[in-house]
Design a protein. Sequence first.
Length: 310
Amino acid sequence: MKKLVSVVVPMFNEQDNINEFYKRITEVMSALPYEYELIFVDDGSKDRTALLLNELVQKDSRVQAYLFSRNFGHQLALTCGLDRAAGDAVITMDGDLQHPPELLPQLVQLWEEGNEIVQTVRKSTEDASFFKNITSFVYYKMINAVSKVHITPGGSDFRLMDRHAVEAFRLYRERARFVRGMINNLGFKYVTVEFVAPPRFAGTSKYNFRKMLHFALDGITAFSNVPLRWAFYAGLFFGFGSILLLLHVIYVKYVIQDAVPGWTTLTASVLFLGGIQLVGIGIVGEYVGRVFEEVKQRPLYIISEHLVKK
Ligand code: UDP
Ligand code: MG
């Protein structure tokens, strides 16, 4: 019996990419000696994405689509696909053709050679702005300085996972997800493949600045307690500093007996310590907020419809 390969694709307002994506992925997959299923997850699109997905579903029994009740975000759309994929191997990739389907035979080949996670690494993105390149570079340096698991720079959510790795991944139910970090936390036999991401086939990036920032913060707080420790060390440092300052104040008052000019020191130290305290509270608050999100135990995503061929 042929093995089954699942391809999971999150789609958010991708009406102009769907048919081209379907065409290219079908060309690649039908040439491989596997059964395959295509699982689209429509992350609450407002355009004709769901409609077009339904057309594909009715035309091709290998295609199915889950529609979310609203936008839950790329990472949760991926999670939904991984939860429901039945394949012996599951490939996740973007639907805008920035993850070239033509790379799939190589991923599958590496899987056949015994690798359980085949992770692609983006060498560069052809149309990425200077700003995106710089922020991405700095971000990965930063996250790897504080994180307990190594997060590959340029790592994308374009990867193949063996069924065993997928089953392990399903046990991770946290809300704030940084899937590529979670994958590195799983273990398993791991290999990377480099690729150059072409520009989007159509449309613009669905990650706005706010989504990007949330994603970045999730990545750091989900894998590291170091920021909490920074707050503690900063508190210690400035606490000690203020004792020295106090000695200075006593010295000025009783030894030099000239207390009034202390105004500058006082104002400066109050402002400075106030600032540091706010930073500390902010960091603690970020983690407390995440604890709150997790303890509510809300569903990670809500499916409003599962489209399969009638
Ligand atoms: N996406 C999603 N939900 C979102 C944002 C994006 O499902 O809230 C999908 C999007 O349709 C695409 C993939 O996630 O298939 C990657 O998004 P995008 O191409 O916008 O990100 P970029 O390549 O710019 O980092
Ligand atoms: Mg993209």
